[in-house]
Ligand binder design. Structure first.
Ligand code: HSE
Length: 346
């Protein structure tokens, strides 16, 4: 049995999603994968911080957050460590980096990720900022310190688009990809098809928790552009940067624009595209009219999708969740299990 100690940097929706999965499925994971995952530390800027080298009680963590929106009710020998202390001084093998970030500086997630790799700890993250901005540096740092970095949840949450594209379809050779990478905008566009205004639809998306803290990044297309950059770096091995992706969002689309195209059996979708070229790739994010016979046409609401075009297999489309507490928590588990397989040789 391999035992892995986890430190969670951030304990918002995603961290709580992972904690719930481990609480409900811990025994099954032990039996099925021969792997035991202990949460030894949680450090959250707003909720507080606790550390027990022998493992914290997951039910206490979740109950405390439910009752107090903080970690006050958790019994632990060490309280109050900040994120960097937790990363450097705890006995964790995995740093689960799920604090917050942006697509301009990547901070503070970037500093956490660097510190964890430099401390010889595996990093698993769903934070797009550091990966979209600094992936080549971070993967080098991980190799130098002989640890791994798992990033599956940065694109389409737990829907395994990165792993499928990088590992399983590598031999088919991906030449192009096109996708709906932002749930908030897809939800807004789907809602506007029913005749409601952009502002009403955005408010609903915010109430349902789909939008980023600042929804400008969603509706102006930057969140989708970040995912396109990550896909270029990981799947095509091209060091694309945010500035290389021309980006247009959905804010100019009116309900009339959206309803009028239904007659021609088309739909407006915010589409991210990557085309491999002789010198690298062309990338863009923009609203596009999708015809009814394309698989992306029927992808509604908060659901995401990606169509890979390959040399040997033609088009392959994956459709699945792109956000959500359990769905993104599961993305972390996917990476943890992949690292477990690599470490244990199973
Ligand atoms: N705000 C993002 C979305 C969350 O709407 O898709 C997942 O990155």
């Amino acid at each position: 049995m391999n035992t892995y100690r986890l430190a969670l940097i951030g304990f918002g929706n995603v961290g709580q999603g992972l904690a719930k999965i481990l609480l409900n499925r811990g025994s099954w994971l032990k039996n099925h994968f021969d792997a035991k995952f202990l949460i030894v530390a949680v450090s959250d800027l707003h909720k507080g911080s606790c550390y027990d080298p022998d493992g914290l009680s997951i039910s206490e963590l979740l109950e405390s957050v439910d009752n107090t929106n903080g970690l006050e009710e958790v019994a632990a020998p060490q309280l109050g460590w900040n994120s960097l202390q937790t990363i450097r001084e705890s006995n964790a093998d995995f740093i689960i980096e799920i604090s917050y970030t942006d697509l301009e500086t990547g901070e503070p997630a970037l500093t956490h990720t660097r510190a964890a790799l430099q401390s010889g700890k595996h990093v698993v993250t769903t934070n797009k900022g550091p990966i979209a901005l600094y992936f080549p540096e971070l993967i080098d740092l991980a190799r130098k310190h002989n640890v791994e970095i798992g990033v599956e949840g940065t694109v389409m949450s737990g829907t395994p688009v990165l792993r499928v594209g990088m590992d399983i379809m590598e031999g088919a050779v991906i030449t192009r990809l096109k996708g709906i990478f932002n749930g908030t905008t897809n939800y807004i566009l789907t809602q506007m098809e029913t005749g409601i205004s952009y502002n009403e639809a955005l408010l609903k998306a915010q109430t349902l928790g789909y939008a980023e803290a600042n929804p400008d990044g969603d509706v102006q297309g930057h969140d989708a552009a970040g995912k396109v950059v990550i896909l270029a770096n990981l799947l095509l091995n091209i060091p694309l940067r945010m500035r290389d992706v021309p980006c247009r969002g959905i804010t100019h689309l009116t309900p009339e624009d959206i309803i009028s195209v239904s007659k021609s059996k088309e739909r407006w979708k915010l589409i991210g595209t990557l085309d491999k070229t002789d010198n690298g790739c062309d990338a863009r994010v923009q609203p596009e009219l999708v015809p009814h016979n394309h698989p992306l046409y029927s992808v509604s609401g908060v659901t995401n999708a990606i169509t890979y075009t390959t040399e040997l297999l033609g088009d392959v489309t994956l459709i699945g969740p792109g956000a959500g507490r359990i769905e993104t928590g599961y993305a972390l588990l996917e990476d943890m299990l992949a690292i477990h397989r690599n470490q244990s040789g199973t």
